[in-house]
Design a protein around this ligand. Structure first.
Ligand code: NAD
Ligand code: ZN
Ligand code: ZN
Length: 396
């Protein structure tokens, strides 16, 4: 089969690799019809390279049609339409039964002290081949795949694999008080969807922050107040306080992560990638105080005293140290982690209707054949061509 594989920093290719097959009794093999490209893939593309092996199959946002089921699978049959959550979770261990599927005790990568295995996240998370491929072996066939109805296009359901539950958890963990305000740093797929979910759930004052014009415009078009970091980076705290009764946002979601403009890692990445000319980027970031911790530093600055920061952006350990003094002094609550996908599906599925309150049907900006993955990764990383969310289409 054809699959997107890692070959080096900023070098992914579409290769012919062996087809996956049933290995355990409860495995299923899914023929992938749509598979997302995610900000998390960009970490592997750019900064996490030293940990990867040539040939690793990437991707963790797939859906498709069940092709084959193992002898122990009772809940699915060939022909069923399924979305595959990005966490490889058993659904039955103690932590899964607490709704903590990202910590599944059956698939935890114990030798690394990590949480549940993830599809397409290489040996960093259990070396499970990913879903940017024609076929995918999915374990726990009775509990992991999400069965979805026939009829609507893949766009309706595919984001159940990651974007929707991640954004839902971000909003849930942000715990916005009644009548309160929410600032969302980063308007990529995750941040954009978080603004939509927050507004759907009744938060009126939602402020989205980014520096890519098309992403700001997209959020604005759905009624979110936006702040352009390029114009206001040096005074972001004051701008947000001006929009929130002078105190700062009750809750802040950081949907940026370690490649933020201004984070230690991000600064290096930014120079390599050339997202902004250095001459422009350096003073903007320094004035904004972003040169220390990027978006996380902004989050700590713009949240009000006693407020909550919800972190869905992924950070890179010691490369992004936290300002514990300010967190302590401002009495901030923080919640974070990989999304517990299956926990939120019952909340989200009822919203995936023809009314489409979250706008999933038009959420993708690009739908491309799998063979075009290398160009798609490059364009997505540079945030060019208006690309926000790409669905790759194997077999197209
Ligand atoms: P993305 O790269 O498309 O979005 C990031 C956005 O942040 C971009 O629009 C970028 O312009 C903006 N940005 C950069 N620096 C900024 C700054 N200093 N302040 C404000 N905005 C800034 O990626 P995405 O797919 O939306 O994912 C966002 C983050 O969420 C990534 O770190 C990804 O790994 C993470 N993620 C986490 C989970 C989870 O389960 N917790 C799941 C999916 C993605
Ligand atoms: Zn993802
Ligand atoms: Zn489990």
């Amino acid at each position: 089969m054809r699959a997107v594989t890692w070959h080096g920093k900023r070098d992914v290719r579409v290769d012919t690799v062996p087809d996956p097959r049933i290995e355990d009794a409860t495995d299923v093999v899914v023929r992938i019809t749509s598979t997302g490209l995610c900000g998390s893939d960009l970490h592997l593309y750019e900064v996490l390279g030293p940990f990867l092996d040539v040939g690793d199959i990437l991707g963790h946002e797939p859906m498709g049609i069940v092709e084959e089921v193992g002898p122990g699978v009772t809940e699915l049959r060939a022909g069923d339409r399924v979305v595959v959550p990005f966490n490889v979770s058993c659904g039955t261990c103690f932590l899964c039964s607490q709704g903590l599927h990202s910590q599944c005790e059956t698939t935890q990568v114990r030798e690394q002290g990590s949480g549940a295995a993830l599809f397409g996240y290489t040996k960093l998370y259990g070396q499970v081949p990913g879903g940017q491929a024609e076929y995918l072996r999915v374990p726990f066939g009775n509990t992991l795949p999400i069965k979805v109805p026939e009829g609507p296009s893949d766009d309706r359901f595919v984001y159940l694999s990651d974007v929707l539950p991640t954004a839902w958890q971000a909003v849930a963990y942000a715990d916005v008080p009644a009548g309160g305000s929410l600032a969302v740093l980063g308007l990529g797929p995750v941040g954009d969807m978080a603004t939509r979910i927050a507004r759907h759930r009744g938060v009126e004052n939602v402020i989205g922050i980014d520096l890519v014009p098309e992403r700001l415009e997209r959020a604005r078009a759905r009624g979110t107040t936006t702040v352009d970091l390029r114009a206001h980076g040096h005074e972001l705290g004051d701008v947000i306080r001006g929009l929130t009764n002078g105190r700062g946002a009750d809750s802040v979601i950081d949907a940026v992560g370690m490649e933020a403009h201004g984070s230690t890692v991000g600064k290096i990445a930014q120079q390599l990638v050339g997202l902004l000319p250095d001459a422009l980027a350096a003073p903007v970031m320094r004035n904004a105080g972003l040169d220390r911790l990027g978006a996380l530093y902004s989050a700590i600055d713009i949240v009000r005293r006693g407020g909550t920061i919800s972190l869905s952006g992924v950070y890179g350990g010691t490369a992004d140290p936290m300002d514990m003094l300010r967190l302590f002094d401002k009495q901030i609550q923080m919640r974070m982690g990989q999304a517990n996908v299956l926990r939120w599906v019952p909340d989200i599925l009822p919203l995936l209707t023809d009314d489409d309150p979250l706008g999933v049907d038009g959420f993708a900006t690009h739908r491309l054949p799998l063979e075009q993955a290398p160009q798609a990764y490059a364009t997505f990383q540079k945030k060019e061509d208006g690309m926000v969310k790409t669905l790759l289409k194997p077999g197209a």
